[in-house]
Design a protein around this ligand. Structure first.
Ligand SMILES: [Zn+2]
Length: 112
């Protein structure tokens, strides 16, 4: 089973139980510091640990990524920039190039 069919299967099961499914862009979720927003591969020294080379924020890498995914959906500015809502109140990603996603994230965290 490939990733796309797993995704479709999850959507189908969720809808069967009337659960909404939203998606965010996955780019940089594992490289972005959830504390200061600094984006770098160097933040991710190991698979398990996240340590921001800018602010020193230390966190379990999966937890840091999960917080970034949450923020892209729950923070108004990021949600409006990156996502569209459909008639089922589910969010889907707008089309962006990877470089544009990084630029928008860096701009957001510079202001925030
Ligand atoms: Zn940081």
């Amino acid at each position: 089973m490939n990733l796309s069919s797993i995704k479709n299967r999850i959507i189908n099961i969720a809808h069967r139980y009337q659960i909404n499914i939203s998606f965010v862009h996955p780019e940089y979720t594992s490289q972005t510091c959830n504390s200061c927003g600094f984006i770098s591969r160097k933040n991710r020294k190991t698979q398990e640990n996240f340590k921001c080379v800018e602010c020193g924020h230390l966190e379990n890498a999966d937890f840091n990524s999960a917080c970034n995914i949450r923020d892209r959906l729950l923070l108004d500015v990021l949600r409006h920039k990156f996502l569209n809502i459909n008639s089922f109140s589910e969010y889907k990603t707008k089309d962006f190039k990877k470089e544009s996603i990084k630029f928008i994230l860096e701009d957001y965290y510079r202001v925030a």
